[in-house]
Design a protein around this ligand. Structure first.
Ligand code: ADP
Ligand code: MG
Length: 718
C-alpha cells in the first residue's frame, strides 16, 4: 500500500484545485479585481493578502458589522452633543496649529441651504491640499454648538467622485474585516465599485429550492449584506448564504457516504460466536446497555459487503475499547485481520496491553508495530502480518503509511481520530483493505462532539455514542478554588493523601516563562510543592520535555504507588489509568479547553473511591468564567461540548481549520442549528431526485459541491 505524499495532513493549495468550468454569464465572478474602475495592481495585491482574489471573493467578503448612521440633516437643525450627517459645500479650508505639539487641526467652513458650520479634522493635515472651496461633501461627526458651531469629523466623503453618495457617512455603513494596507473604507469603495455586478451573481440554488425553503436569490442576499436598507436585511441574507454553504457541505458528505456504500465492496465479516462468545464470557463485567447497543450496531455493519464508516463517541473510560475488541474478534472469526491505529506510540503500547488481556481468553495475541520496535523484530512482525499469522495489529498511522502488507485486512479501528478531516479519512479508507476491497472503518473519539458539529464534520460517517460511564464508577466532584482558598484546598489534599490516596497536579506549562506566557509550570510547581506544602509526601514529575524513558518511569512510579503526587502537564491526559488517584488539581484551568479539562478530570474517580477535581483559575474574561462554571455544574461531556460550542464557536473546538471542506465561512453551528437541519433534509431530497446533479438547474450546485471537496474529484460520479 503506497500513500501519495499528500494523503495525510497536507492541505492542498489552490493551485492543485481542479479547474472550474466556466459557465456562460458567470465568468466575471472569477475576474480579477483590476477589472473594476480605478483599481490597480497594488490594491489587488493587498486584497489578495486577505484572500480576496477575484470579484466573487470580494462580494463574499462580508461586513462584520454596520455603523448605524442616519440620513443627512439640515445644518440649522443640529443639536448640541449629537452625532449627525450633513451634506454641505466647502467654503474655505486651512491648517491650524494647536497648542499640543505635533497635533495638527484642519478647519473648514462649510454650509448648506439652511446655515453654516465649521468642520474640524484632527491629524489629517493633507486634507487642506485635497479639498477645495466649492467641493460638495458628506460629513459625519460630533456636533458642538458652543462656544461656536462646529462638527468634529468622524467620516467624510467628496461627492461627485466615483463612489456612491453617502457610502461612508449615511445610513447603515458596512464595516469590513480589513488590514492597515486595505482599510475598511477602501473595501467599502471596492465593493461599491462592484455593485453593478451584484444583481447578476451566479445563482447556485435552483428556483424550486428557493421557493421551498423560502429564501431569496444569492444576488439579493449579497445586496442586502453590502447595501442594507434596514437593520434586519443582513440577518436573513446571512442565513441564506449559511443555508447554501451547509447544503453544499451536506451534499458532499452524503455523496462521500454513498460512494463508499455503493461503489466500494468490503469483506463481509459474519459473526459465528466462536471467538466473540469466548471473549464475552471471559469479561470481568457485563456490558452496559449502551455498550450492547453500539456493539450490535458495529457487529451488524461489518457483516455487510459495504464498508462500515462509523464513529463511536464516548468519554474517556466510557468503555469503547471493549466494543472495539469485540469487533476485532468478529473480524478474526470471519477469517480476516484487524488493525487498530492510535495517534501516539505510548497509546499504542497501552492499547496493546488492554487488548491483550481482552483477547487472550480466545488465544489471540495482538502484535505491536511502531517506530519503537527494533528493526529486525519489526520485520519479523510485519512478516507475520503479511502471512496472516498475526490476526490483530496495533500501531500508529505509520502502520498504513509505512506500507505494511496485510494478508486479509477486514477491519480498521482508528482511536482518537478527531484530528482528521473528511479528505484524510477518505485517503485512509482508500489505503485500508486489499484487492480492491475496502476495510470496514470504526473511528473512536473521546471528545464529545455536539450533534450539529458531528453532522458537518462527520456527516460522511454514521455516529454512535456511549453516554456516561460504566456502573461502579464514582462521580467526580469539581470545585473551583479561588486564590484565597488555596491553603485550605491543600489541607484537603493532604488529608486525602494521608488516607492512602494519590493526587495529580496539572500545569499548563513545562517550565517558567515558556513561550513568554505567564502561568504555573510543572517544573517550578514540582520544586515548590515538595519543599513546601507537600514536603511530607513523595512527589513525582512528568512532562513532554523529558526523555521518554524518564517520563515513563515517573508515570510508572505513580501508577505503582511509589509517589503520592504527580506534577505533570497534559501528558497525563491520555494513557494513564491509576485507580488509586482521587484528586486532580488543575492550575490555571482557564488556559485549557473545556473538552480538555473534562478529559483531565476523567483521570480520577476511576476506581472504588470518589474523585475530586480542584480547578484553580482567575479568568480575566466573561467567557472564561462561563466555561469554568459549566465545568463545575455538569459531568456530562456532551452537554459541555454544546456549551463550549455556544461560547467559543466551532472552529476552536476541534481545530476544524485543518479539516478542509468542513471549514465554514457563513454558517455558525451554534446559531444555525435549524438551518443545518433544513439543509440536510433538502440535500437528501435533491440527491434522491437527481443523484449526480445532472439536471441543468443543478449544474451550478454540482460545481459548488466539487469546489468544496477539491480532493475528491469523482465525488458525484458514483
Ligand atoms: P475508553 O476506551 O472508552 O476510554 P475503556 O474501554 O478503556 O474506556 O474502559 C475503561 C475501563 O472501564 C476499563 O478498565 C474497562 O475494563 C472498564 N469497563 C468497560 N466496560 C465496563 C462495564 N460495562 N462495566 C464495568 N467496567 C467496564
Ligand atoms: Mg480509550
Amino acid at each position: 500500500m503506497i500513500v501519495p505524499d499528500d494523503a495525510f495532513g497536507r492541505r492542498r493549495t489552490d493551485a492543485d484545485a481542479p479547474a472550474i468550468p466556466h459557465r456562460p454569464g458567470v465568468r466575471w465572478w472569477y475576474a480579477p479585481l483590476t477589472e473594476l474602475p480605478g483599481v490597480g495592481k497594488a490594491t489587488a495585491d493587498r486584497a489578495a493578502a486577505i484572500g480576496v482574489h477575484d470579484l466573487g471573493d470580494l462580494l463574499e467578503h462580508l461586513p462584520s458589522r454596520y455603523l448605524a448612521y442616519d440620513s443627512a440633516r439640515p445644518v440649522s437643525g443640529l443639536a448640541e452633543g449629537e452625532e449627525a450627517t450633513v451634506r454641505v459645500v466647502l467654503d474655505s479650508i486651512s491648517v491650524i496649529p494647536t497648542r499640543r505639539r505635533g497635533l495638527k487641526m484642519v478647519r473648514a467652513k462649510v454650509h448648506d441651504a439652511t446655515g453654516s458650520i465649521a468642520a474640524v479634522w484632527f491629524n489629517q493635515g493633507y486634507l487642506a491640499g485635497v479639498l477645495a472651496p466649492g467641493d460638495e461633501l458628506m460629513i459625519r461627526g460630533q456636533v458642538k454648538l458652543r462656544p461656536s458651531r462646529q462638527i468634529t469629523v468622524k467620516a467624510h466623503e467628496v461627492l461627485g467622485s466615483q463612489a456612491s453618495e453617502g457610502l461612508h457617512t449615511e445610513g447603515l455603513v458596512p464595516v469590513y474585516p480589513a488590514t492597515e494596507a486595505l482599510p475598511a473604507r477602501r473595501l467599502r469603495e471596492l465593493v461599491d465599485a462592484a455593485r453593478p455586478y451584484v444583481s447578476s451573481a451566479p445563482e447556485v440554488l435552483p428556483q424550486w429550492m428557493r421557493e421551498r425553503v423560502k429564501v431569496g436569490t444569492r444576488a439579493d442576499a449579497l445586496a442586502a449584506l453590502h447595501f442594507p436598507r434596514t437593520a434586519r436585511e443582513p440577518r436573513s441574507a446571512r442565513r441564506r448564504l449559511a443555508f447554501e454553504e451547509l447544503l453544499v457541505l451536506q451534499m458532499g458528505l452524503i455523496a462521500v457516504r454513498r460512494h463508499d456504500e455503493t461503489a466500494r465492496r468490503a469483506l463481509p465479516l459474519p459473526a459465528t460466536g466462536e471467538i466473540t462468545g469466548v471473549i464475552r464470557a471471559a469479561l470481568p463485567f457485563t456490558l452496559t446497555r449502551e455498550q450492547e447497543r453500539v456493539a450490535r450496531e458495529v457487529a451488524r455493519d461489518i457483516t455487510r459487503p459495504q464498508p462500515m464508516r462509523r464513529l463511536l463517541q464516548g468519554e474517556v473510560g466510557a468503555g469503547k475499547t471493549v466494543v472495539a475488541a469485540l469487533a476485532c474478534a468478529q473480524a478474526v472469526e470471519a477469517g480476516a485481520q484487524a488493525a487498530i491505529l492510535v495517534p501516539t506510540e505510548t497509546l499504542a503500547e497501552q492499547h496493546l496491553r488492554t487488548l491483550d488481556s481482552l483477547l487472550a481468553p480466545a488465544g489471540i495475541e495482538p502484535v505491536l508495530i511502531t517506530g519503537n520496535v527494533p528493526k529486525a523484530e519489526r520485520e519479523r512482525r510485519e512478516m507475520a502480518v503479511a502471512t496472516g499469522t498475526a490476526r490483530v495489529v496495533v500501531g500508529t498511522q505509520a502502520l498504513l503509511v509505512g506500507g505494511v502488507e496485510f494478508d486479509r485486512l477486514g477491519l480498521v479501528v482508528v482511536d482518537e481520530q478527531h484530528r482528521f478531516g473528511v479528505e484524510q479519512r477518505q485517503a485512509l479508507a482508500e489505503q485500508a483493505g486489499d484487492d480492491g476491497m475496502a476495510a470496514h472503518l470504526l473511528y473512536m473519539t473521546a471528545t464529545p462532539i455536539p450533534h450539529t458539529l458531528a453532522l458537518t464534520a462527520y456527516g460522511d460517517l454514521r455516529v454512535s455514542a456511549i453516554r456516561g460511564r460504566p456502573p461502579g464508577r464514582s462521580e467526580i466532584a469539581t470545585r473551583w478554588v479561588r486564590d484565597a482558598e488555596r491553603e485550605m484546598a491543600y489541607d484537603d489534599v493532604r488529608a486525602e493523601l494521608r488516607r492512602g490516596r494519590q493526587a495529580y497536579v496539572i500545569c499548563p506549562l513545562v517550565e517558567d516563562g515558556e513561550s513568554g506566557i505567564a502561568g504555573r509550570s510543572a517544573v517550578a510547581e514540582f520544586t515548590r510543592l515538595r519543599q513546601g506544602p507537600f514536603a511530607a509526601f513523595r512527589v513525582g514529575l512528568a512532562h513532554g520535555a523529558q526523555r521518554p524513558d524518564e517520563r515513563r518511569a515517573a508515570m510508572a512510579a505513580f501508577a505503582a504507588g511509589e509517589t503520592d503526587i504527580l506534577v505533570a502537564t497534559t501528558v497525563v491526559e491520555v494513557g494513564i489509568d491509576v485507580q488509586n488517584a482521587t484528586v486532580m488539581l488543575i492550575e490555571d484551568a482557564d488556559r485549557f479547553g473545556l473538552a480538555q479539562l473534562h478529559q483531565l478530570r476523567g483521570r480520577v474517580g476511576r476506581g472504588e473511591h470518589a474523585g475530586t477535581c480542584l480547578i484553580f483559575a482567575e479568568p480575566g474574561g466573561e467567557e472564561g468564567m462561563r466555561r469554568l462554571e459549566a465545568l463545575v455544574q455538569t459531568n456530562d461531556g456532551f452537554r459541555l461540548a454544546d456549551i463550549d460550542l455556544e461560547i467559543r464557536g466551532e472552529g476552536s473546538i476541534l481545530g476544524l481549520r485543518q479539516s478542509g471542506a468542513t471549514d465554514l465561512r457563513f454558517a455558525r453551528l451554534s446559531r444555525d442549528r435549524r438551518t443545518l437541519a433544513q439543509a440536510r433534509q433538502v440535500a437528501r431530497a435533491t440527491l434522491r431526485r437527481d443523484p449526480h446533479l445532472e439536471e441543468p438547474e443543478h449544474v451550478l450546485l454540482a460545481d459548488a459541491v466539487r469546489r468544496a471537496f477539491p480532493d475528491l474529484p469523482r465525488l458525484l460520479d458514483a
